[in-house]
Design a protein around this ligand. Structure first.
Ligand code: ADP
Length: 299
């Protein structure tokens, strides 16, 4: 056909047969540009973005994220809660939204409303709550991107993001897509093994230039459901010591409290109805995050 273009890229950029001229923006770049515009537009309407991270699963990251979001909402803030813990989305269960499904109109995904709070979870996409998510890396990154870019979050004071655990591709996608988040809260348990992983989470934040808002030591001691006494069943203080060593704020200890497990299982966030010492520990941990928007009001 007399096509002198040497390769596909060159063809896209300058071949007359392709209908493009040198200097035109190739389609891929245009798509990326438009996506970035959409993402910036949505994220620009959210004042504070908080990422909840953990070095490993099962330490109470989702429990903290749910209680943080509920307590900010109870303080009168406009809040969104995004659960991108792809392999263990527990937010639907913790907020009694198991049967909720998301809708979409005009190219925008609508989050589920929970008493004024906007909630979106990977769990809402699963047909059955016992389905496993078997997606390859790029697909997971795309879903995370879509949840930030195509969701009608509207104007929010806070978006709380329950990130996948660890320091792999998925938390990396979350952190890279959220331009200028306010910071990350890192949840750990007091044992050395968990604390070692948290050091990695803190270094991960540092490499990505994300401020660490603080470390929460969860499951630190046990509150007796009968007498309310706190007993140190495991070694305690590991999270606090590590926070000091790594020069990041320590947000406090939350004991193992059977009421938290029950609250999570029954879909009633703990803070919502409890005034126990454990609930107060949650509230203390959350204070610096609430202060972010209170600072806005004083500006
Ligand atoms: P992660 O998100 O880190 O995987 P989850 O928040 O899903 O962990 O918590 C795992 C389990 O531990 C849940 O059943 C939750 O109810 C329970 N849990 C979390 N924190 C506490 C606590 N302080 N006391 C009692 N149970 C807790």
């Amino acid at each position: 056909m007399g096509n002198t273009c040497k390769n596909q890229q060159e063809a896209a950029a300058s071949c007359p047969a392709s209908g493009k001229r040198q200097g035109d923006v190739p389609n891929d770049s245009l798509d990326m540009f438009l996506e970035q515009e959409r993402l910036d537009g949505r994220m620009g309407r959210i004042r504070h973005k908080i990422i909840v991270l953990s070095g490993k699963g099962g330490v109470g990251k989702s429990t903290f994220a749910a209680n943080l979001a509920v307590s900010l909402s109870m303080a009168g803030k406009k809040v969104g809660l995004l659960d991108v813990d792809i392999h263990g989305p527990s937010i639907p269960k913790m907020l009694k939204l198991d049967d909720s499904r998301i809708g979409a109109t005009d190219g925008a995904i609508h989050p589920v409303d929970k008493g004024g709070m906007k909630v979106l979870s990977i769990g809402f996409l699963l047909r059955d709550r016992d389905d496993a998510v078997i997606w390859r890396g790029p697909m997971k990154a795309n879903v995370i991107k879509q949840f930030l870019m195509d969701v009608e979050w509207g104007e929010l004071d806070y978006l709380v993001i329950d990130s996948p655990p660890g320091t792999g591709d998925e938390p990396l996608s979350v952190c890279q897509l959220l331009k200028n988040p306010d910071g990350a809260v890192v949840v750990t348990t007091p044992q050395d093994v968990a604390v070692a992983d948290v050091r990695k989470s803190i270094n991960f934040c540092r490499q990505l230039e994300i401020p660490v808002l603080g470390v929460v030591e969860n499951m630190s001691g046990f509150v007796c459901p009968k007498c309310g006494e706190l007993t140190q069943i495991f070694k305690t203080g590991g999270g606090e010591l590590m926070a000091k060593e790594m020069k990041v704020p320590f947000l406090g200890r939350i004991p193992v409290d059977p009421a938290i497990g029950e609250a999570c299982d029954s879909g009633n966030p703990f803070i919502y109805y409890s005034k126990t010492e454990t609930a107060k520990a949650f509230e203390r941990a959350i204070e610096p995050i609430l202060a972010l928007s209170e600072r806005d009001e004083n500006l």
